[in-house]
Design a binder for this molecule. Structure first.
Ligand SMILES: [Zn+2]
Length: 272
């Protein structure tokens, strides 16, 4: 019996006879059901047409994607450290070849997720590597479609997943939306991985949206708070949630400038 996967966003649902009535994430007003209609697939079906891609991004950091294009084109990251590997966000796809290659890269010690867009095949990935913990902020519990004992609902504003690798809750598009900070990265410079919590735009500035899909900006107060959270973190590079969205240099300064740009554009709240 298959576990159905939303073909629009890549969310995996529990094993059922029939597809769910709808996809919770796509039905959320911040996203939207595909105008062409709700479509479903399964892992066995995807294994006939899709495969995993790997790209070495810098020492100790591997990008993990899915081809042909699937969902929003999300790309996961595999952080390879002496304390174990972390999978940051999760591909919606998994097959034997992927498991074999990732094991050769050191396996997975933990999975950390930015937001529901990154959940993908998280339970399958966890089980494939020994039921490793899946870190999701407790504020986003209602968006977890497939509960499993491997899921760790963390609370507060930060948690160290492995030595030197910290999940930081930003909020924004989702209450529990988070980023992952690696200091220093294997290359010797701090790295901030933002998934879909922050959006790196084509001009390599950072966007802050309540809904990326529908173009609704975040309020100024939240953006200023995110800017303060990031102000003292040491990082040079920022990786977004897709292959083409990376800030290679001075990422912390870029983020600070982007906060000011957003506030200038959206403006401060006015008293009515
Ligand atoms: Zn969906």
């Amino acid at each position: 019996m298959p576990a159905f996967i939303c073909a629009t966003c890549g969310t995996h649902y529990p094993v059922t006879d029939m597809p769910p009535a709808g996809c919770t994430l796509c039905q959320d007003p911040r996203f939207g059901v595909n105008p062409a209609g709700q479509a479903w697939t399964t892992l066995p079906e995807m294994r006939q047409s899709h495969f995993t891609t790997f790209r070495r991004l810098e020492p100790g950091l591997m990008g993990v994607g899915v081809q042909p294009h699937f969902g929003f084109g999300q790309r996961a990251l595999l952080l390879r450290t002496t304390h174990g590997n972390i999978l940051w966000d999760c591909p919606a796809f998994l097959d034997d070849a992927t498991t074999t290659i990732v094991n050769a890269l050191g396996g997975v010690a933990a999975i950390a997720l930015s937001s529901p867009i990154g959940y993908g095949a998280m339970v399958d990935w966890s089980h494939a590597f020994g039921s490793v913990p899946i870190y999701i902020h407790a504020a986003d519990r209602k968006f977890v479609p497939r509960l499993d004992s491997a899921v760790v609902f963390w609370e507060d504003n930060a948690v160290e997943v492995l030595a030197g690798i910290t999940l930081i809750r930003c909020g924004g598009q989702f209450d529990g939306a988070s980023v992952l900070h690696w200091a220093p990265g294997a290359s010797g410079q701090g790295v901030l991985m933002v998934g879909d919590t922050l959006r790196i735009h084509p001009d390599r500035q950072v966007g802050f949206m309540r809904s990326h899909a529908n173009g609704i900006p975040l309020d100024t107060e939240t953006v200023l708070r995110i800017g303060e959270l990031m102000a003292d973190l040491p990082f040079e590079v920022m990786y977004g949630g897709t292959w083409d969205r990376v800030i290679q240099h001075n990422a912390r300064s870029v983020l600070a400038r982007s906060v000011r740009r957003h506030v200038d554009a959206v403006g401060m709240p006015t008293m009515l």
